[in-house]
Design a binder for this molecule. Structure first.
Ligand code: PXL
Length: 279
């Protein structure tokens, strides 16, 4: 393994709201991972705000990714996409990178929606295409809404019995990914993640806060990616990400900031380096 693992981060740049690249880059850097951004779109704010600008970067993404084919990445981390046309470019990038480095791994956060609703820029055709990408991924990290969209399951809220979550994970595995982590499962006063790996499900949970902050899934996936790139196993990486998310959401709640401004992770970032050594 390289001393500093290298990750290609295919995601949008939202100027305000703490999500996607503005979350991924600091998290990976502080975890000792080289984060190389490939922006899919530039937004002035994320789509949860009533007013934002959206510049789709599909026209430049193909050459951008192709110019990286003389490099080797240890991981490719895919999040929010700008358009349907980007799917094929990303699939080709996967293919080229796997050919150069068979040990290259793919983390796909199938960003499509939340709380039962698709994000405004995610058309049904784009969601179908994201489903096709799932088969290429070593790990996927959908929330419940996204897991339902991917598997054609009816969304019935964030509270799931463990057997329902496990059934959802098994349906996701039928899309041929290597492992699935379903995030944000609510059970009484706990919020947890179900990891499905090697035919087995494992649930881990932390105390739940009442508020839902935007960008929570992006932060979880970023920490997971950092821990995996630093050589942690998937269960260890899920543990670190869950613990960090619990700490930062509780800290954010105490500040009483608007939910769309996201999680105030900045004061806690330095803990991530320590957490890598503790586990
Ligand atoms: O947090 C996921 C996300 C990523 N990128 C953009 C978004 C959202 C969720 O709203 O709008 C641009």
């Amino acid at each position: 393994m390289r001393t500093v693992p290298r990750v290609a981060c295919i995601n949008d740049l939202s100027g305000f709201g703490r999500c996607s690249l503005t979350t991924v880059l600091p998290v990976l850097s502080v975890m000792g991972v080289q984060a190389c951004p490939a922006p899919t779109a530039v937004l002035s704010k994320h789509t949860g705000f009533p007013r934002f600008t959206f510049t789709d970067l599909t026209d430049s993404l193909k050459d951008y990714l192709e110019s990286w084919n003389d490099l080797e990445f240890d991981w490719i981390f895919v999040g929010f996409l700008g358009s349907l046309g980007q799917i094929e470019m990303i699939r080709r990038f996967f293919e080229m990178q796997k050919r150069k480095n068979p040990a290259c791994r793919i983390l796909l956060d199938p960003v499509m929606g939340d709380s039962g609703k698709r994000y405004s820029t995610y058309t049904p055709a784009l969601c179908d295409a994201v489903r096709e990408l799932v088969s290429e991924a070593d790990v996927i990290t959908p929330n419940i809404t996204e897991a339902c969209l991917l598997t054609g399951t009816e969304y019935r809220g964030e509270c799931l019995h463990l057997h329902e979550a496990e059934a959802l994970a098994k349906s996701l595995m039928q899309l041929s990914c290597g492992a699935a982590v379903i995030t944000g499962i609510v059970r009484e006063n706990q919020i947890g993640n179900l990891t499905y790996l090697d035919g087995k499900a494992a649930y881990s949970a932390v105390h739940r806060t009442e508020s839902l902050f935007s960008g929570t899934g992006d932060l979880f996936a970023a920490v997971l990616c950092g821990a995996l790139a630093r050589g942690k196993s998937l269960p260890e990486a899920v543990g670190i990400a869950g613990e960090f998310l619990s700490e930062v959401t509780q800290g954010t709640l105490r500040q009483n900031t608007p939910a769309e401004e996201g999680i105030l992770f900045e004061p806690y970032l330095y803990h991530l380096g320590e957490m890598l050594h503790e586990k």
